[in-house]
Design a protein around this ligand. Sequence first.
Ligand SMILES: [Zn+2]
Length: 779
Amino acid sequence: MNKFYPALFSCLLLASASWAQHDNNPGSNHGNRFEQLGTMLNTPNGYRSASGAPGPHYWQQKADYEINATLNDDKQRLDGSETITYTNNSPDALTYLWLQLDENQHKKDAEGTTTSESKMQGKMSLRQLQGVMGHNLDLGNHIESVKDANGGTLTYTINETMMRIELPATLAPGAKFKFKVNWWYNISDRMTIGGRGGYEYFPEDNNYLYTMTQWYPRMAVYSDFQGWQNKQFMGSGEFALNFGDFKVNINVPADHVVGGTGQCSNYAQTLTAAQFKRWNAAQSATSPVEVVNLDEVKNTMKGHATARKTWAFHAENVRDFAWVSSRRIVWDAMSTQIEGGRKVMAMSYYGPEAYPLYRKYSSKVVAHTIRTYSKHTIPYPYPVAISVEAANGMEYPMICFNYGRAEKDGTYSEATKNGMIGVIIHEVGHNFFPMIVNSDERQWTWMDEGLNTFVQYLTEQEWDPKFPSSRGPAYKIVDYMKMPKNQLEPIMTNSENIIMFGPNAYAKPATALNVLRETVMGRELFDYAFKTYAKRWAFKHPTPEDLFRTMEDASAVDLDWFWRGWFFGTEPVDVSLDSVKYYRLNTKNPAVEGSVDRAQFDRNLENISTTRNKAAGTRFAVEADTSLQDFYSKWDRFAATPMTTKSYQDMYSALTPDEKKLYDSKSYFYELTFSNKGGLVSPIIIEWTYADGTTEIDNIPAYIWRKNEFKVSKVFAKTKEVKSIKLDPYRQTADIDEANNSWPREYAPSRFELFKQQSLPRGATSGTNPMQEARKGGQ
Ligand SMILES: [Zn+2]
């Protein structure tokens, strides 16, 4: 879809230039890196203001759902009947509606599968082989009927993952349309077919874990900036969804426990008396209370109830609804206070294999996450926040699915523990981006993943200063930024077209925001502006320009160069300290300057000829015959004379007090020349180490490059002599080559290993399980 940047798109065809080089001031001599973005952004209008705030005529559609779902645990099938009330708040009259049938992603001939490249490899996992072979299963949505409120049949057309429903009459601005869809589908095996939802089978106890996501036909988004968002669901580009209210009744085997988006209104019926009592106790508990405990689960897992129960959920102002159901889940809950004093229930659902990790950490990490995000964005507005262990990582409003299972003996590696904490923070954090600040994930992965990964980093670092965050610190993006140009895409790339999804859409925008906060804007200006963005766009649909504009609007920092370089370009930061020139003031005081002049004069007398002549024992004529010496043979041409001394004193006494102060400051002047070898313009951070061992930092904003984007010089006056200079000492600019950052040049030794070592999993400081070793050793 090219509705976003028509002006840019046509220029791109004409000039075939890279985004970074895109000229909107082609006559400029110095380059384009500091020109305003201008036509590269959508034109502001009544819906979206030039300030980055929603405009006076901002509108968005609403979709309310009432759904009855029945889970068949024998056949792994889900049947549903849903009534959608769609409110047309747009100024446009609509003649049809688009719904999303995401489950069609799993069909054997799905577009996402047929258009994915595949290759045979020497070593392939079962899942990779499955991907190459495809499957012959009956997967995907079966639409039984589509009817209006009066039971009249509605015509519909299915195109892959999208379904168009013909409206019986034009839907006027402000009007509502109510209709009903009946459907069913076979739930897919998430562990072999892949995808975000489905079932996981546990052969050891013959039980299933159902994580139900994108499970009902969902309204597509109709917006002011692109009409219907009906770009097909191919697997990478996630979802564009409307806000609405949900009433969902979920019918499952009576021995299942169900958790879902929103609040359950009939725990009194679905839980045992003891469990319901524990649920009530959890309301004021500050550490997790097991509402359904491990002993109960171990017991339930042995049987298969034939009776059924219905769990009734409701959720207000959410963009989606997801749920979990199984007879093999422990459920714990605790209460936490977030900014503004509201109480939120932090809860977790997990199987026995995750118990040693989830019981200890999960709900406390959930609570820490919503508290920390609330501080950096807006107070968490929902009543619950849930983490479910499902050996993956995927987010929905109020509920998300994470990983982290222990060994059979209850021990776990450090990598598993930190991976689990990281994924819970990340997925719970998604409540803010995109569940509340509701960007279009189908178009822009970075708008939720990048922003979320950034706040995830802040949250991890507030959890434990030693937490091994893999994304956020500037130096961690260097390996990606260093890659050959043909493997890089700008952050502003449609989700489906991104090469290297993780570094591009998660790590790079997260790093960019961290650089913006710590190095470009400073925490105070950044935090205010970032909060302003979250406040302005909570429960609305922002676009990239709404973020770009708000960050400037709220801070008075011109950031066009920053967005252009980091978000529209692929160039890396590589600032080189090319030369250092040292200047001292000539005091004209003969008593001071004489020795300096003398040293220089003497140095000129020592050249290769005189040195070798001396070494060869040459008998110099003026030394052999002393009668050749006279006044000038011993004259010190640099010695102070009464005349030169008086001339200096006259000059000095004529200075004003201010001039004298400057004159006496004995400043050392250093002229530094830098070159921009990477292309991405960056602040220059200079650490001076003085001859006396002390250090000082100077921070030069990136604006210094605005008139010459490739080479700049700057003079620094210091009161002390400088011994060495280092650029970016805290590695905060993502400079890809540190070798040219020091004066004199420093060469840090690199280590090499003779033996190939296995690479470690994410967050691991050791690939082993020391906890297990310690236990075996009887410690
Ligand atoms: Zn994510």
